[in-house]
Design a protein around this ligand. Structure first.
Ligand SMILES: Cc1cc2nc3c(=O)[nH]c(=O)nc-3n(C[C@H](O)[C@H](O)[C@H](O)COP(=O)(O)OP(=O)(O)OC[C@H]3O[C@@H](n4cnc5c(N)ncnc54)[C@H](O)[C@@H]3O)c2cc1C
Length: 475
């Protein structure tokens, strides 16, 4: 076991007293994840500059100390927490948050890896700009790059990968790699920053980024549309894209089982269906535009088009159209996960399949669960516009006939097998890879891809000191 007292003293000499945390009560919040992941840290080190990150990494490399980069710890696959060994240093980026430079004409922001999304957007708002990745948490930019965060507006803006122009990273031995590209066009060989995107921080610590940013829309229009089936949800998506693609921003879909608990646990959130039972699915449709309402009245356009769909051929399977304020409808969407947790034990899945197969996949999963696990309620919701669904399974532990861990393992294997092999899907649509889904990475990643990851790891972190996720095992 590494000597924590000695290491803390060395790091304090290097970075200052406040940079190192060792008291048990101070370590707790870094040791447990939002949903999954719980371990023990040797200590937490919080460098404030890239140079300090480099010094810490060089120090750890020399002594074979394992390091886990951590941003805001909002990750959902257990990858942002140390393992149970008690040997890992958590390298928190929370104090690496000073650099925040905006170039409104280049439409880029240069940020430190520990800058929070909310801080960035606040600074950008004074220029009428925003970073368009939108989600119900407040992560750091480094963490967003390491997990390639998707969010609710991927349909229009893409994920982090699509909005990242440059990056700076510190490798396991302390080498600083600067690819802080400010250019929109730069075809000069390997796009090295992509190695850092969605790879859970196992190739290097992301200390800086150049982000593309976009104008804040001047207006939004939202509607909830009731649909009798998944096929009706897809028909509506097709019709919306055909007619409103220029301004179509988000398409989130909520099953009745996921919707009802929101109103049950949040009386202040209005249920548009009132006393009536919601249909199988409710689609949240959002349009947005930088045009002023005088040039294009989005609520009117949306209401008119949805009304026409309801009356016409695209209306088959549509039951209701409710126009409403974006903040009210998004409140429904953002309260689902937490409302489901109030219902019982939740096992969450973050699955994607080709969009055209979303309905078939969901129907197959629900049917399979109803047959083999009748005590489980399938509460699916998610980003159908991107082919993503959060299939959340809810049950009361008392109803479960077998130990929970056994059922969890069985359900994961069954559902992921159905998604990956049955529907050409992914076991991790947007949350990345970590201990929570490691065995599915191991099972479903082609051997040639694993070998390439292994070669990269060997080159960038030959001692295998960074992270808990294994994208490529060391020989
Ligand atoms: C309520 C809620 C809603 C969410 N909604 C969405 C959603 O809609 N879409 C979506 O994609 N995700 C969503 N997430 C997941 C999560 O917010 C993202 O994965 C997030 O971007 C992680 O950022 P973080 O700063 O919290 O990183 P952490 O959780 O701290 O770390 C995540 C991973 O990145 C690594 N890492 C962190 N910082 C660095 C760094 N500087 N350098 C190298 N590696 C690093 C960690 O080691 C770990 O592997 C949601 C999470 C919550 C809690």
């Amino acid at each position: 076991m590494p000597d924590a007292t000695r290491i803390a003293a060395d790091l304090r000499t290097m970075l200052g007293q406040d940079a190192v945390l060792t008291a048990l009560e101070d370590l707790t919040k870094y040791e447990s994840g939002w949903r999954y992941g719980k371990g023990r840290a040797l200590l937490v080190v919080r460098p404030g500059t890239t140079e300090q990150v480099s010094k810490v990494m060089a120090y750890c490399h020399e002594r074979n100390l394992r390091v886990l980069p951590q941003g805001a710890n909002t990750g959902l696959v257990g990858a942002s927490n140390p393992d149970a060994s008690g040997e890992m240093l958590v390298l928190s980026l929370e104090r690496l948050n000073k650099r925040l430079e905006i170039d409104p004409i280049n439409r880029t922001a240069v940020v430190d890896g520990g800058v929070l999304l909310s801080t960035l957007n606040e600074a950008l708002s004074t220029h009428g700009l925003m970073f368009p990745i939108d989600l119900g948490a407040d992560p750091t930019i480094g963490g967003m790059i390491a997990t390639n965060t998707g969010g609710t507006r991927l349909l229009k803006y893409g994920d982090v990968r699509h909005n990242l122009q440059g990056a700076e990273a510190v490798l396991a031995d302390g080498t600083v790699v600067d690819v802080m590209n400010h250019l929109r066009k730069n075809n000069t060989g390997l796009d090295l920053k992509q190695l850092l995107v969605g790879t859970s921080g196992v190739y290097g610590v992301i200390t800086g980024a150049v982000l593309q940013v976009v104008p804040v829309p001047r207006q939004h229009a939202t509607a909830l549309v009731g649909c009798t089936s998944g096929e009706a949800v897809l028909a509506l998506l097709k019709a919306l894209e055909r007619e409103l693609a220029d301004v179509f921003t988000a398409y989130e879909v909520i099953s009745a089982n996921a919707l009802i608990p929101v109103f049950k646990h949040h009386e202040a959130i209005r249920n548009p269906y009132g006393a009536a039972k919601p249909p199988a699915y409710t689609a949240l449709v959002e349009l947005s535009s930088t045009l002023p309402e005088t040039a294009l009245n989005l609520p009117e356009v949306l209401e008119e088009r949805l009304g026409a769909f309801l009356e016409g051929d695209s209306g088959e399977g549509l039951t209701d159209v409710f126009m409403g304020k974006p903040e009210d409808f998004w409140a429904i969407r953002h309260h689902i996960s937490e409302s489901l947790r109030s219902e019982g034990k939740v096992l969450a899945f973050d699955i994607s399949v080709p969009r055209s197969r979303m309905a078939a996949f969901t129907d197959a999963a629900v049917a399979l669960l109803a047959k083999d696990y009748p005590f489980i309620r399938s509460c699916d919701f998610g980003h159908w516009g991107d082919g993503g669904t959060h299939l959340n399974l809810v049950w009361q532990e008392a109803d479960s006939p077998r130990p929970t861990a056994e059922i969890v393992e069985e359900l994961q294997s069954t559902i992921y097998e159905l998604a990956v092999r049955g529907f050409d899907g992914s076991y991790s649509a947007e949350h990345g890879v970590g201990p929570h889904n490691q065995r599915f990475y191991d099972a479903y990643t082609p051997e040639a891809v694993k070998a390439m990851n292994q070669a990269l790891k060997q080159q960038l972190d030959p001692k295998g000191l960074l992270g808990t996720t294994r994208l490529g095992l060391l020989p």
